[in-house]
Design a protein around this ligand. Structure first.
Ligand code: ADP
Ligand code: MG
Length: 892
């Protein structure tokens, strides 16, 4: 492990001073006291003027919070504000003011104010009246709503939508879990159906930046003041410039204990999934018993670690020496599986704990899921667990499968399973038995964990583990209820930047519905909140099992599309149309084929065929034709994925033609109508790594899911690097220089930069002569940040911007764990220490991206570069011809 800090950069480069002082709280003591006062009065409802005072205090624009105690005072205030004005009842007893007749709008003179004042006082004479609010009459604007509510699973949530009196009818709202980021705020606004209206579809656009900022302010306010239980800004008038909060109400209460939504225990589950030794309490020789199935699975899948059947009545089980109690086993045990009858479970767990077993899988059912008595037994297990510090999966689970470790604990007898790259977490036993048996013909799994009653180890714990298991490329989850929602979102957000997480969420119950008084809370239905949580964390939500396994097959077998252009090859026009419609419906498109590629296609197809995408081969489609079309299509710059509609009758021949094509990193999926009747060939195609769907719609939709997953992932990676570079404004020769990632729009800057470099510099960087062309410029500015990053040093002159250096950091083609980097500095800016600075940045970013090593390849004559990296502790690994290969280890 190299823990050395990068040495400070010296020379003419200076970092601009960063002010990193801790942020102050939004609410000063006076504002905070408004809430405290309400609590002292045992009020949980903050009146409009109180909310608005708090909001104004943090910089939110409202219609004001003045309260008059006499009609004279109301008139004076109205004159100060300027007509027209609005009068409203101020009473802790009145929540919905209009419904109660407590709002008088558009008052234009002193007489009207006096009359309205008297009317309101008269109307509410039975209620507590604090006074009458006098506020400016806001000019009409687009009515929106921003609200906050507390969700029992996810904690505080924020809502945005089109508001006013119809908010509950239109339900055009979006949710996010707090706190939100800038991008969350932007996505919330873009997500509502009325977004086009906000952007000015009919009339003027509203100030979206101001709304975004307001969402962020509200987020911060609620996070800093967790006693805020509900908040409604309804309506909020949105204007072309700015906005005005016309009404506000807030409910406060003791913040809930957060551990129910953030709870975590910090245990590395590696040994749980890869144990060296397993004891099975309740292992049995009697066919039909679960204890038989579990032990049979372990022995028949050739578990290579030590196995200890525990059974007081047997000397051996399935030929393996048995023990009366786990205590009698002479060696240490990593994992115990408990399949004894329910009444013996507590004792079994106690014995496992006294044997210092850290992980226990409890398969036995009959606990919290069965009623009061079961709950009491489960509570006892829980207290033993807390006392002894072990971790428990279940009870009432169906075991864990890890084909990568030849470990099959399933309660259903399973035939041979092959190793796969999918991790599955399921709140239902069938995923580790029944479904697996059938699926193994088309899909292999790595780890399958069923979680049962999830008394301890939860779906989130396992997701966290699978995120870091490099052998798992895709995570799928079947969930009935989400627990520790906030932690789930945090863990899933991290997971989805590394690998796709696909969730099927069943049981969309209304159990979480509560009696509510705010608009926001009434709109926060359970499923809407789940969807928001999934969207926020980048989880792909499957509709049903077919969609789930359709997604799993594509994500686990195929690379991700790097663009939205798709080539469709079909033998029938109608399915070509279906694919096309679905592609566009899911924001994908047909790729535009280059003329030279079209010409070559013409030669392959019959004379009468139309040469356009979709490529319709007609019923004369042959395997050889399809292979040639794919080989042409993959060369197109606009083709990023391929969808082939195949004839089922001759599917076997197509498998042969398609399985060995080099797709050059572009994904391919098939549609075979009525595929269930040609299942043998479908299985061959699937085993060859090409997913087959029975509808073109499903095939197209899944390509879209893959593309948009990848797009989000690349954006997230880019954002994290940008964040990393943000503090890097520096000064070279008294001119400001910014470090940032290269962007699509940098083609001209890049071209000018390359032109400004001498042949010698270019040769040192590219190891051969190099000339900028538009095609190269496009390629160099259009990078997939997961694989390739370019950091530019951009100088801001009085008149123009220009690049003075570029560093490239690529994932090594030979070793996923290693990054390669190279740096080029414009000739006139060399010897300013910039090369060293960019090298240090590359090392930082490589470390942040999780690479284990970083390498540079340099010409031995490029002494400047060699000197820099030697100073940064790189060591020479080998010299190959005119190339010195040097590397630095970033982690053990
Ligand atoms: P409540 O929601 O308690 O009934 P509001 O304060 O939201 O009371 O007032 C009801 C409606 O009156 C608002 O939805 C808005 O259309 C209008 N309104 C209230 N205050 C103002 C104001 N200051 N300027 C313009 N319109 C207002
Ligand atoms: Mg209102």
């Amino acid at each position: 492990m190299n823990k050395k800090q990068s040495p400070p950069v010296t020379g003419t480069i200076l970092y601009d001073n960063q002010d990193c002082s801790a942020q102050e709280h939004l609410l000063n003591p006076e504002l905070k006291d408004i809430m405290r006062q309400a609590m002292r009065e045992e009020r949980n409802y903050l009146m409009e003027h109180e909310c608005k005072k708090i909001l104004e205090g943090i910089g939110v624009t409202t219609t004001g919070y003045l309260v008059a105690e006499s009609s004279d005072e109301a008139v004076m205030m109205s004159n100060d504000i300027g007509y027209p004005v609005v009068l409203k009842i101020v009473s802790p007893d009145v929540v919905h003011k209009t419904d109660a007749g407590g709002v008088r709008l558009n008052l234009t003179n002193d007489d009207q104010v006096r009359a309205a004042y008297r009317e309101i006082i008269d109307r509410f004479k039975d209620k507590r009246i604090n006074g009458i609010a006098v506020q400016q009459m806001a000019k009409p604007g687009q009515e929106a709503i921003i609200g906050v509510t507390r969700d029992p699973v996810f904690g505080p949530m924020i809502m945005f939508g089109l508001g006013g009196i119809f908010v509950e009818v239109l339900k055009d709202v979006s949710f996010r879990i707090l706190p939100i980021t800038e991008r969350d705020a932007a996505e919330m606004i873009e997500e509502i159906k009325g977004y086009a209206v906000l952007k000015g579809a009919r009339g003027q656009a509203v100030d979206i930046a101001a709304v975004k900022n307001l969402l962020l302010q509200v987020s911060r306010l609620v996070i800093e003041n967790p006693e805020i239980a509900e908040l409604d800004l309804n309506p909020l008038f949105l204007y072309p410039e700015g906005y005005s909060a016309v009404d506000a109400r807030m409910f406060i209460s003791e913040p809930p204990r957060l551990d129910s939504i953030t709870k975590r225990k910090n245990t590395d589950l590696r040994d749980f999934f890869y144990p060296a030794s397993i004891a099975v309490l309740g292992a049995s020789d009697v066919k039909g018993k679960l204890g038989y199935n579990v032990f049979w699975n372990l022995t028949n899948h050739n578990f290579t670690g030590r196995l200890y059947p525990i059974n007081p009545g047997r000397d051996s089980v399935l030929g393996v020496k048995a023990y009366k109690s786990i205590i009698d086993v002479p060696e240490a045990i990593d994992l115990a599986i408990v399949v004894v009858p329910a009444k013996g479970v507590v004792q079994a767990i106690e014995e496992c704990c006294s044997k210092d077993v850290r992980f226990i899988v409890v398969i036995t059912a009959g606990f919290a899921e069965t009623g009061e008595e079961g709950k009491i037994a489960q509570n006892r297990i829980e207290s033993i667990m807390h006392e002894k510090g072990c971790r428990i999966l279940g009870p009432n689970c169906a075991g864990v499968v890890n084909t990568l470790h030849n470990m099959v604990q399933s309660i259903g007898l399973l035939d041979d399973l092959e190793k796969g790259n999918v991790g599955m977490i399921a709140q239902a036993g069938v995923y580790a038995s029944g479904i697996l048996t059938g699926l193994r013909k088309v899909q292999n799994f790595g780890i399958v964990a069923t979680i049962g009653n999830k008394m301890d180890i939860s779906e989130t714990d396992i997701l966290e583990y699978l995120t870091d298991d490099d052998q798992i490329k895709v995570v799928a989850m079947y969930m009935e209820d989400v627990r520790s929602g906030k932690r789930f979102v945090d863990v899933a957000s991290r997971a989805t930047v590394k690998k796709p997480v696909i969730v099927l969420k069943a049981g969309r119950t209304e159990a979480g519905k509560k009696a509510v008084s705010s608009h926001t809370a009434s709109l926060a239905g359970n499923d809407q909140v789940n969807s928001a949580a999934f969207r926020q964390s980048g989880v792909i939500r499957a509709r049903d099992n077919e969609h789930l396994f359709g997604l799993i097959r594509a994500f686990s077998k195929q690379p991700l599309p790097k663009g939205d252009g798709t080539m469709v090859i079909t033998y029938t026009g109608s399915l070509g149309v279906a694919a096309t419609d679905t592609l566009y419906a899911y924001n994908m498109r047909l790729a535009l084929l280059e003329p030279e590629i079209k010409n070559q296609i013409k030669a392959i197809l019959p004379d009468f065929a139309m040469i356009s995408n979709p490529i319709d081969c007609s019923f004369s489609m042959s395997p050889d034709q399809v292979r040639k079309l794919i080989e042409l299509g993959r060369e197109s710059n606009d083709v990023h994925s391929i969808l082939v509609v195949l004839q089922g009758e001759m599917l076997g021949d197509f498998v042969e033609a398609m399985k060995d094509i080099d797709y050059k990193g572009k994904p391919v999926v098939c549609c075979v109508a009525c595929k269930e009747f040609m299942i043998d060939d479908v299985m061959k195609m699937e085993k060859a790594g090409i997913p087959v769907y029975s509808t073109a719609e499903m095939a197209a939709e899944i390509l879209s899911d893959m593309y948009y997953y990848n797009l989000r992932k690349q954006n997230r990676i880019a954002e994290s690097i940008t964040l990393h570079l943000r503090e890097n404004t520096l000064t070279i020769n008294r001119k400001p220089v910014h470090l940032r990632m290269i962007e699509k729009t940098d083609v001209d800057l890049w071209t000018d930069f390359v032109k400004s470099c001498s042949d010698k510099s270019l040769r040192a960087r590219f190891h051969s002569p190099f000339h900028p062309t538009p095609e190269k410029a496009r390629r160099f500015c259009n990078l997939n940040p997961e694989d390739e990053i370019a950091i530019v040093a951009e100088m801001h002159d009085e008149r123009r911007r220009s690049f003075i250096g570029i560093a490239r950091l690529n994932k090594s083609r030979h070793n996923e764990d290693e990054a390669e980097f190279s740096v080029i500095i414009s000739d006139s800016w060399q010897k300013n220490n910039l090369g060293r600075l960019l090298s240090v940045k590359c090392i930082d970013v490589a470390r942040q991206r999780g690479f284990k090593a970083i390498r540079v390849k340099a010409d031995p004559e490029n002494t400047a570069a060699i000197k820099i990296v030697k100073n940064l502790d790189f060591h020479t690994d080998y010299q190959q011809g005119q190339m010195l290969s040097m590397s630095l280890q970033l982690s053990a």
